[in-house]
Design a protein around this ligand. Sequence first.
Ligand code: AMP
Length: 318
Amino acid sequence: MPQKKKKRAIQKRKANAVKRKSPAIQRKRRQTAAKKHEIAVIDTIAAMRRFASTARAKKKKIGFVPTMGALHEGHISLIRAAKKDCDVVIVSIFVNPTQFSPTEDLSKYPRTFDSDQKLIAGAGGHAIFYPTNMMMYPEGYATYVTVESLSSLLCGVTRPHHFRGVTTVVTKLFTIITPDIAYFGEKDYQQAAIIRRMTADLNLPVMIKTCPVIRAENGLALSSRNRYLSDKEKADAPLLCRSLLAARAAYAKGGRDVKALTDIMESVLRGGKTLRIDYIAFVDAATLAKKTTADNNTRIIMAVYCGSTRLIDNMAIR
Ligand code: AMP
């Protein structure tokens, strides 16, 4: 190709790439893909309110699954549960900035809208709410919802502002979407407990349902953050689940002392060179209060750094 023609072709390709990135073009692409997959992509708060109130006027039961995208089978299990109970299933995709601290991974959090859309449509979801940061937190935003005490335990020690961000955005999403039932994963056990507390305390007219942790075959709890793991870290990560199972097995054999059960878990985790324990806690499954002696209502909750990625997991002791 002559030099001039080549240069022009490169310029054209660059211009097209810029065009592809423009919000208007992206929006149009989303809407075209939505038509193909027969799913509504709703990207304004006003349109979301209209969609919900139309469904409500038709006496449809609304199920809601809040997510940050980068969907996997864990998220899909919530959509399937919602499909069973409800007439209309709405999934939000919003990487909520207020639940990340300045040192956390907000900018590199995976964003995979196109494949998310296919997965949601494939699971039978009816609409995706996909707001921007500016819509959810416009200039001058100053209102937060905090669930006292529960938010500062366990994960709240390492992530002091995290749950305030979660409860704030979930409250906003509830008021916009007005679901009858909202679905959360037990993977984020403390989060689900906090959302239940908040919903009860604020008399929010929504039922909270939780669904079991979905795991890979090797036991690793599925998480959008698993894609950050290197091969070495991927090999170590299933030890979280294995340590929970080891504590469970010891409990089944009569082990009740939390210190001894924690030692068992730590020795399993020491098998992974890339692992560093943030915390291991044996708590009451309902109140999250720490226990020194395990019983049938105990939930084991843990956070472990795998390289620089913080992974969480939990399991009922029985
Ligand atoms: P996220 O996109 O990480 O904010 O998660 C959205 C919802 O999916 C939350 O209610 C999570 O608890 C749930 N979830 C994430 N991973 C899993 C999993 N492995 N099993 C079950 N639920 C999950």
